[in-house]
Design a protein around this ligand. Structure first.
Ligand code: UDP
Length: 246
């Protein structure tokens, strides 16, 4: 299927709603296909703008979706609007719901052992039909073949990789050729949220598109990383002005 893409600074974002995306992914699962998904936020787009390594990761992925309101707003300003956010944590939850409905299997890779255990406990409790066929914490020797071998053996439908960006994308790209099937997705800090260690912003904040501010208040150490946001906004406006003058 040829789905429409919206280019933002050379990054091809999928023009799709969350519901359509879940449906599309379900079709891939039914056909036992192999897919890589990257949910990209402004910080990642800014990195890709300056770093060809990041850009390559994004271009090679099967699907890139907009992680955050910043990307959606940018697409509106640049005149080719994306329908909505298809963000990492929300997408993982939708996939867990899908897996629960169809008895799909999953493999979890990443986070600290206790966090991983907590995430597994939440999934077992809230999505009882999901088959967790394997898991490993995120602190391992990259040369040890046992994790990819385990995935090859267990054939999970979904492989959620929570090593942070770009580590998780790097891990997926590096091993991708070894696998026959599976929906591979980097999910950042999602296991931390699933385990209850990190709380998401209350719904009102999410609805007001202020989740980023909530996270900043809870984890002030993120401030350095968030410098990418105003830089991104500036670049989007500059791009718009440049296009207008052309
Ligand atoms: N993490 C990991 N292995 C590593 C580095 C990080 O498993 O070598 C985990 C970390 O424990 C956390 C997750 O990756 O659970 C997300 O980290 P971060 O918040 O940096 O990622 P982001 O949400 O920014 O993508």
């Amino acid at each position: 299927m040829d789905l429409k893409k919206v280019m933002i600074f050379g990054v091809p974002f999928l023009h799709i709603t969350m519901d359509q995306f879940v449906e599309t992914i379900n079709e891939h699962v039914e056909k036992n296909e192999k897919i890589q998904i990257i949910t990209a936020n402004p910080e990642i787009v800014m990195k890709a703008k300056e770093d060809s390594y990041y850009k390559d990761l994004l271009i090679k992925a099967t699907y890139v979706t907009p992680d955050g309101i910043g990307i959606v707003k940018a697409s509106e300003i640049l005149g080719d609007p994306l329908p909505e956010r298809v963000a990492g944590y929300d997408t993982m939850i939708r996939f867990l719901e899908l897996a629960n409905k169809h008895n799909y299997s999953i493999y979890l890779l990443g986070a600290m052992e206790e966090i991983l255990k907590g995430a597994i406990h939440t999934i077992e409790t809230q999505y009882p039909n999901v088959k967790i066929v394997g898991s490993h914490n995120g602190y391992f020797d990259w040369n040890d073949p046992s994790i990819p071998n385990e995935i090859i053996k267990r054939q999970p439908d979904f492989i959620f990789v929570a090593l942070g960006m770009p580590r998780q994308e790097k891990w997926i790209s590096y091993h991708f050729h070894k696998f026959d099937k599976g929906i591979f997705m980097g999910v950042g800090g999602s296991f931390d949220v699933l385990s209850g260690t990190i709380k998401r912003a209350p719904l009102v904040w999410q609805k007001l598109n202020l989740e980023w501010l909530y996270r900043l208040m809870k984890q002030p150490s993120r401030a350095k990383r968030m410098v990418a946001l105003p830089k991104f906004a500036y670049e989007v406006i500059r791009e718009k002005v440049t296009r207008k003058n052309e």
